[in-house]
Write a protein that binds this ligand. Structure first.
Ligand SMILES: NC(=O)C1=CN([C@@H]2O[C@H](COP(=O)(O)OP(=O)(O)OC[C@H]3O[C@@H](n4cnc5c(N)ncnc54)[C@H](OP(=O)(O)O)[C@@H]3O)[C@@H](O)[C@H]2O)[C@@H](O)CC1
Ligand SMILES: Nc1ncnc2c1ncn2[C@@H]1O[C@H](COP(=O)(O)OP(=O)(O)O)[C@@H](O)[C@H]1O
Ligand SMILES: [K+]
Length: 513
């Protein structure tokens, strides 16, 4: 289900496949698949339809030249901007160049043109195909291409990237840059057709912004040549088994209790958001536990039971600790108590900051027998790993995997393309959600949802996958309704999470019939 592979494994699959095929076959298949994808995007070609193909020095350029030859043979107007030294091209890419040259595709000679940008902007392109660089990019784009890429990124047309948007690291989702200057550029594609298998960098960090809609072309490679994959794209199929309709013969005790612990002075709202989410996403009973004096009740959600954290016996509940907790001695005290309890535990926000700052708490986390689920954003992850936030973003998959291994916890590393890591090294990357979630309190809502699912008996891995998926889907639903991305508030997610969870559960029940 939705496997993804890092570049090194893609290369191995590619080599194994090539050993069984005539030279150039995979490139020809990639070019054909790209041409079909282009035709689907153009939909109704007409006389004014014009396609610009950018072809780079390596085999990604070869794919582009193959697609140019195909599209030109179909009678479409194709222009090729070649950035390659023919003496250094692979044999397959040379063949592709000959095919494109033999077709009606026009070649723009950039060496004869002072102003390539003017050439690009003088035509109203229907579609641009980006075949400058794929998975072979090892250093920033050369200076001559910076301006071309910036010009392409300003065009108002469909941009189809081949394999990977040029300039993007397919493993990490970072723009390949020189670090020191941070001057990297990358093509911003509306669509990407990626070859052989999906790649993590298309879905996390800058990947979602640069790759657009991703489709995979397996190039006819036999399933047996694909090793088991440790990375998947999150999808309800991965947690379908836990989407169970309620039995008639059930009661509130059947669905567990959640305690949300946090709410230092001035931060009570974080607990309320998480607790309301837990209540509306199916927990049998929810306790909102505050470090300071607890409010008498929550007037908008009177079902919540408000308590002082130090007075609540949460030993038989799923516990969410951290929202608005602060890092005071009292906060540390209640965290220690929670870590020592044999209950499923969601560690969020200041609970993570406290753990990051103290090795004795770290040790207790690693020694817990009960389930722990950590939900750090990149800065919290940085504190837990003793790194900078920027270092976490440089390789989010690696950071999530390290955290999970180091703390013996399932980890949800939040942000665009949230990465979920299991203790055994398994990874899922979440493809939905949007920047409407970049608003205060949306993390509290996610933590509350995790707690609700754990209380209802979900296995921790499935709970993490489902919570992240539903959270993203709720934001997408709200944006589709015009409620966001700008101005979406965290509390608005809660009823949409509830309907999302009920809908998925009902759909799953239908599928099982
Ligand atoms: N092989 C196969 O079976 C299949 C491969 N497929 C396709 O091939 C792609 C991988 O091809 P690839 O390995 O040739 O790498 P690619 O991404 O085209 O670029 C590397 C080239 O650029 C150069 N270069 C690198 N960085 C540079 C820079 N900053 N500035 C300037 N030059 C730079 C580098 O040369 P270098 O200078 O490092 O010696 C090299 O020439 C893959 O993404 C997929 O699209 C598919 O057809 C399926 C079958
Ligand atoms: N640009 C984005 N795209 C997708 N999801 C996002 C984006 N920005 C934030 N999110 C999600 O929103 C939530 C924010 O959580 P967090 O940073 O802990 O916020 P808070 O502490 O205010 O509750 C996370 O689930 C994160 O993945
Ligand atoms: K590309």
């Amino acid at each position: 289900m939705n496997p993804m592979y890092p570049i090194a494994q893609i290369r191995q699959i590619e080599q194994a496949a090539q050993a069984t095929l005539a030279p150039g076959t995979l490139m020809q298949r990639a070019g054909t698949a790209a041409a079909h994808a282009a035709l689907e995007l153009i939909k109704f070609p007409h006389q004014q339809t014009s396609i610009l193909v950018l072809a780079g020095p390596g085999d990604n350029g070869g794919d582009a030249l193959e697609s140019a030859a195909h599209l030109a043979q179909l009678g479409l107007s194709v222009s090729v901007l070649l950035h390659a030294d023919p003496d250094k091209q692979s044999v397959a890419a040379k063949q592709a160049l000959l095919r494109a040259q033999a077709s009606s595709a026009k070649f723009i000679d950039s060496s004869q043109t002072n102003d390539v940008d003017a050439v690009i902007t003088s035509t109203p392109w229907t579609l641009v195909i980006d075949g400058l660089f794929g998975i072979g990019l090892t250093r920033p784009l050369p200076d001559q291409l910076h301006q071309i890429v910036n010009t392409i990124n300003r065009l108002h047309c469909v941009v189809l990237a081949l394999d990977v948007p040029s300039g993007l690291d397919a493993d990490t989702g970072n723009i390949v840059d020189d670090q020191a200057g941070g001057r990297g550029v990358a093509v911003r594609a509306s669509h990407t057709i990626t070859f052989i298998a999906d790649k993590p960098g298309l879905h996390t960090c800058d990947g979602r912004d640069l790759a657009g809609q991703v489709q995979v072309a397996r190039l006819g490679i036999d399933h047996s040549l694909f090793p088991a994959s440790a990375i998947r794209l999150n999808h309800p199929d991965l947690f379908a088994a836990s989407l169970q309709q309620r039995k008639h013969n059930s009661h509130k005790g059947s669905f567990g209790d959640v305690a949300v612990i946090g709410g230092a002075l001035g931060m009570a709202g974080a607990v309320i958001l998480a607790a309301r989410t837990a209540a509306q996403c199916g927990a049998g009973r929810v306790f909102a536990a505050f470090l300071q004096d607890a409010p008498a009740y929550d007037s908008a959600q009177p079902e919540l039971m408000c308590r002082r954290a130090h007075e609540l016996d949460f030993s038989a509940m799923a516990v969410v600790i951290g929202p608005g907790l602060g890092t005071s001695a009292a906060a540390r005290d209640v965290l220690l108590h929670a870590l020592q309890a044999a209950t499923p535990l969601v560690l969020d926000a200041d609970a993570l900051n406290l753990i990051g700052a103290e090795s004795s708490l770290q040790k207790i986390v690693t020694q817990r027998q009960a389930v722990s689920l950590m939900t750090p954003h990149p800065l919290e992850a940085a504190r837990l790993l003793g790194k900078s936030g920027a270092a976490i973003q440089l390789d989010r998959v690696d950071a999530a995997r390290r955290l999970a291994a180091q703390y013996g916890s399932v980890v949800i590393l939040k942000g665009s393309g949230t990465v979920i890591a299991g203790v055994d090294g398994e990874i899922a990357i979440n493809p939905n959600g949007n920047a409407g979630l970049a608003t205060a309190g949306s993390g509290d809502v996610l933590a509350g949802l995790c707690g609700a699912l754990l209380a209802q008996g979900w296995p921790v891995w499935e709970a993490a996958l489902a919570a992240v998926w539903l959270h993203g889907a709720a934001a997408d639903t709200l944006v589709a309704q015009g409620i966001g991305a700008i101005g979406l508030t965290a509390g608005e997610l809660i009823p949409v999470l509830r309907s999302g969870l009920n809908r998925l559960t009902a759909e799953q029940a239908l599928l099982r019939r």
